[in-house]
Design a protein around this ligand. Structure first.
Ligand code: ARG
Length: 273
């Protein structure tokens, strides 16, 4: 009788402990990124600041700063959440890993929400649309008119980018040269280590403004992912909705368009390549 009661107590306690730890696990997994960003009063945004006019370094009042329309968007997202913005610069390729590992809260880096990436992370609505362009040396402009002209050529692309995929899959037999930093790729093109460089078209256009020996070829590649979006950890519906609200607000007010105009002007004045 007594033993029975003790057993009962032990069993009940065990069930209680198990339930508690189960609930504990559940709530940990469903950690709400929007809430924790608000709690810490800061959102950490990862980007690769080698992509004018999206994000790039510029001297503002004698100080080296990361600027661009992605930075403006990041600022507005932080403002709408009522938190500080911290920009964490890193190479483009490791951005998704850093997000998944919790080193950053979101990616704003001209990223295309393609199917492969969507398996790993979630994306906001599209905030900007662009084609992919092909940069060449001005003196070689006549040699590059169609995609076939790129066949078998040395082509530069950023490591881990959509352009890497285009160079490897859409161009035939290309000798693809991958570098982590787009500014170094522009240097490779200028010094004839590659014959063509694929980037988003606005980036290619900016590069020719600051590097008159370069030119934009007629070759373009459509963007199959539909544009650029903000990357966030999987399953964070509240945060995605919050970010989408900011994007919509900036689209409706015309501010997003203005950010793009401003970033292009700033990049044209400031870039020192
Ligand atoms: N849009 C391309 C992609 O999603 C390239 C973006 C590169 N961004 C940068 N900040 N370098 O892969």
């Amino acid at each position: 009788m007594k033993m029975g009661l003790i057993k009962k107590i032990i069993a009940t306690t065990l069930v209680g402990v198990m339930t508690l730890s189960f609930v504990g696990c559940g709530s940990k997994e469903e950690k709400n990124d929007l809430e924790s960003i608000k709690e810490k009063g800061k959102v950490v945004v990862g980007m690769s600041a080698d992509y004018a006019p999206y994000e790039f370094h510029a001297m503002i009042d004698g100080k080296d700063k990361v600027v661009g329309f992605d930075v403006d968007l990041a600022n507005e997202i932080a403002k709408d959440m009522g938190v500080e913005l911290e920009i964490k610069e890193m190479e483009f390729d490791p951005l998704i890993g850093a997000l998944k590992a919790g080193q950053i809260d979101m990616i704003i880096s001209g990223m295309n929400p393609d199917e492969k990436r969507k398996k790993q992370i979630d994306f906001s609505d599209i905030y900007y649309e662009a084609k992919h362009g092909v940069l060449v040396k001005q003196e070689n402009l006549d040699k590059f008119k169609t995609v076939d002209d790129l066949t078998g050529k040395k082509i530069g692309a950023q490591l881990g980018s959509t352009q890497q995929e285009i160079a490897e899959k859409t161009v035939k037999d290309a000798d693809v040269q991958l570098l982590a930093n787009v500014n170094n790729l522009i240097l490779e093109l200028k010094t004839d280590k590659v014959e063509a460089l694929i980037t988003e078209e606005p980036v290619a256009k900016m590069a020719i403004k600051t590097n008159p020996e370069l030119a934009l070829s007629e070759i373009t590649f459509e963007d199959s992912a539909g544009g650029n979006a903000v990357g966030m950890r999987k399953g964070q519906t509240d945060l995605v909705n919050q970010v989408n609200k900011t994007i919509q607000r900036l689209k409706d007010s015309g501010e997003l368009d203005q950010f793009i105009v401003d970033a292009n002007e700033l990049a044209a004045q400031n870039q020192s390549n």
